[in-house]
Design a protein around this ligand. Structure first.
Ligand code: LER
Ligand code: MN
Length: 276
């Protein structure tokens, strides 16, 4: 089991990123707690000293399995489905600007909120066409650098399209790019999926990345999800990537990160969990 946790390289409003603020101190803490990797939420790669960041994650012996891009929506409202063509273009350019750093670390680029929340003036058909265009373009650019993109279904209370795993799978099939897969998030699945394990098995080998949080979006063990069962389903698909903590920093970042990893490592592993 390879475990990472989300860290924001810049100040961010999004609440389920545990670590924000002093970058080096946070990386040192994450490593000391036993995490193998760190998922970096980067609003704009131009605001980050990329060489310095690489040196720091390596100093603390951490891998970077994924890069989160949603802050460009959260803080700047860049979106693949905005009625303004300039905003859509800026969202595409921002995605492409993540490719060099993702390539360096073998990280997947996550597209969740960056697909946007479109207004009523935009029809679902139009939004879907814009999303398809954006994903096709970005996947082609990423593919040329050997980088993969992970599409994240997000629950209905946060976005107005592609909320379920099945809808996400249909969409990525529609785009039809080899380097486009899925990011599954237990918090969203707990809201949208009739059965989380079935949905994990349905996504199967298209799973490129995985977010975990308990039912209340706190650390695993703080809610009522059955992590033993859902991780067994995940690894039964042949998935051998990271599971990444995207949960609330409650009661504080360090305590929640410690409780989460302790809980996950303490699960009585079934045969599928051994040796991972
Ligand atoms: C981002 O990974 C996510 O899960 C969304 O809920 C962001 O709001
Ligand atoms: Mn997520």
């Amino acid at each position: 089991m390879k475990i990472s946790i989300c860290l924001s390289t810049n100040p961010a409003r999004f609440s389920a990123v545990s670590f924000k603020g002093d970058l080096e101190k946070n990386l040192e803490t994450i490593s000391a707690l036993g995490y193998d990797g760190v998922e970096l939420a980067i609003r704009d790669p131009r605001l980050v000293d990329q060489d310095g960041l690489t040196a720091l994650v390596r100093k603390y012996d951490l891998e970077v399995p994924a890069i989160g891009t949603g802050q460009a929506w959260g803080e700047e409202h860049l979106s693949y489905t905005d009625p303004d063509e300039n905003v859509r273009q800026a969202a595409i350019e921002r995605t492409i600007s993540h490719i060099p750093f993702a390539r360096r670390h073998g990280a997947v680029i996550i597209i969740g909120l960056l697909r946007g929340l479109y207004p009523e003036s935009v029809s679902p058909t139009q939004a879907n066409a814009w999303m398809k265009e954006a994903f096709s373009y970005c996947c082609k650019a990423a593919g040329a650098s050997g980088v993969r993109i992970a599409f994240e279904p997000i629950n209905r209370f946060e976005v107005n399209s592609l909320n379920s795993v099945r809808q996400g799978l249909e969409f990525i099939e529609h785009v039809g790019a080899e380097n486009l897969g899925m990011l599954l998030d237990t918090f969203h699945m707990n809201i949208e999926e009739p059965n989380i394990e079935d949905s994990i098995r349905l996504a199967g080998e298209r799973i490129f990345h995985f977010h975990y949080a308990d039912s209340n979006r706190w650390y695993p063990g703080a809610g009522h999800l059955n992590f033993d069962s859902l991780l067994t389903a995940l690894y039964s698909t042949g998935y051998n990537g990271y599971i990444s903590g995207e949960h609330m920093p409650d009661p504080d970042a360090v305590t929640s990160a410690r409780m989460g990893i302790t809980y996950l490592k303490g699960l009585g592993p079934g045969p599928e969990l051994e040796d991972m």
